[in-house]
Design a protein around this ligand. Structure first.
Ligand code: PAF
Length: 285
């Protein structure tokens, strides 16, 4: 395990190092992040090291995936703490491009993802998945990894990235990694630090409601009534607004009424000023 993670702020030196690793036969794994790293990110690094020789973590708070009223300027940034965590986790390199490196004057290209980006977060965050697809495509082109890892907590994002990679023939394998949770079920997220103590005590209800719906769907129940019950339970617990609570096919992300094959229950809901998302797999019995 390296005791320091190599830091790259410009593309030339990063490419030279990655090329040398690749020529030496190393398999390269990219973990794209926006920093504010937590145990969920570090689990991705651990997984990267388990499946590849070199783990490269990008840290870039991507302005093009935030809407005008979203938390881009407040998004937590602590590069020194992130780099210390990456060294402890054994990451080989950190890629920290500036906004100017990613979007130089004259930059004018955007990727518009297809149906996977429609509905769910796509309804409430216009342009978000276009921003994600564009920056992830750039990161993949910059690092040219064999594999790129993404957490399943952002399940729609994962499916959008899979579709973009397939449609644009990007020579990389996209792998989803299961969500890491606190012991009370709350999915780890950089935004959890926005929760005050009272909100933090309510937050695990989100996962509890999803898990209950997923279990009943797996036993053959119909989605409609379960969803209505789930929204009522979340509202009673103090969430609001619940932007969506839906059951979708795990592959196509199309709405389903019964889980005849693998599905996902997905939610986005505000708790105070914090928007939380989560999802749970439904594996039919
Ligand atoms: O999930 C994230 O942290 C971001 O959306 C990503 C994939 C790093 C793109 O900016």
């Amino acid at each position: 395990m390296p005791d320091t993670t190599l830091r790259f702020d410009t593309l030339g030196p990063l490419r030279a190092r990655v090329d040398a690793w690749r020529r030496g036969g190393d398999r390269i794994v990219l973990v794209p992040t926006m920093g504010a790293l937590h145990a969920g990110h570090l689990a991705l690094v651990t997984h990267a090291k388990a499946i590849g020789r070199r783990a490269i973590v990008s840290i870039f708070v991507n302005p093009t995936q935030f809407g005008p009223t979203e938390d881009f300027s407040q998004y937590p940034r602590d590069t020194q703490a992130d780099l210390a965590l990456l060294s402890q986790a054994g990451a080989d390199a950190a890629w920290l491009p500036s906004v100017e490196t990613m979007y130089p004057t004259g930059f004018s290209t955007r990727i518009e993802p297809g149906p996977a980006a429609e509905g769910l977060c796509g309804c409430f965050r216009p342009g978000h998945f276009s921003g994600v697809a564009t920056v992830v495509t750039k990161l993949i082109n910059q690092v040219q990894p064999d594999i790129a890892l993404f957490g399943e907590k952002d399940f729609q994002q994962l499916q959008v990235i899979r579709a973009v990679t397939r449609d644009l023939d990007l020579p990389v394998t996209i792998e989803g990694v299961p969500t890491l949770r606190e012991t009370d079920g709350l999915a780890l997220s950089s935004r959890n630090r926005y929760l005050d103590p009272s909100e933090r005590s309510i937050a695990p209800r989100l996962h509890a409601v999803l898990a209950d719906i997923a279990e009943r769907l797996a036993r053959g129940a119909e989605a409609g009534p379960l969803v209505a019950e789930g929204i009522a339970a979340l509202t009673a617990a103090g969430f609001g607004p619940v932007q969506y609570l839906e059951v979708r096919d795990a592959q196509t992300l199309q709405p389903v009424e019964r889980a005849e094959r693998e599905a996902r229950v997905l939610v986005a809901a505000y708790l105070g000023k914090t928007r939380l998302i989560d999802n749970v797999a439904v594996v039919p019995a």
